[in-house]
Design a binder for this molecule. Structure first.
Ligand SMILES: [Zn+2]
Length: 135
């Protein structure tokens, strides 16, 4: 009987991914990884990603996505800063990496500032509509 000197933590899962440039590569998924790994990618693109946290808003046509966030790490990326974990935020049509909690708190503060602006515009709308009624 052999003994693995570095057993995976209970919530980590060892997997093997078939890469296009390095063949089969054994990695251990962190606890937050949703486990969506596809064979055929290059090793540098082998990444762990979590489930999305969607930020939805209600519109007259139903829910619309404002942004979504997910944890990601790319342990074989050419850039050390991408080895992660970091948070990827999809804003508009692209993903942006937030590598520190400070960066994410800044994003939250900026979104909160936008909420203040939206409330001010709501007050303006109410005033404009009231002015229309008074005509
Ligand atoms: Zn994974």
């Amino acid at each position: 009987m052999t003994h693995d000197p570095t057993p995976a933590l209970p919530d980590q899962r060892p997997i093997t991914v078939q890469t296009s440039d390095r063949g089969p590569v054994a990695v251990t998924c962190p606890s937050w990884c949703a486990g969506r790994h596809e064979d055929g990618e290059q090793l540098v693109d082998l990444g762990h990603v979590s489930e999305n946290t969607e930020l939805l808003v209600h519109t007259e046509r139903g829910p619309a996505e404002l942004a979504h966030l997910l944890f990601a790490s790319y342990p074989f990326a050419t850039q050390d800063t991408d080895h992660g974990p970091a948070v990827a935020v999809k804003l508009a049509y692209d993903y942006f990496s937030f590598r520190t909690d400070t960066a994410l708190y800044q994003l939250a503060d900026e979104i909160a500032a936008h909420a203040v602006r939206i409330r001010a515009i709501a007050r303006q709308l109410a005033e404009l509509q009231a002015a229309e009624v008074d005509r």
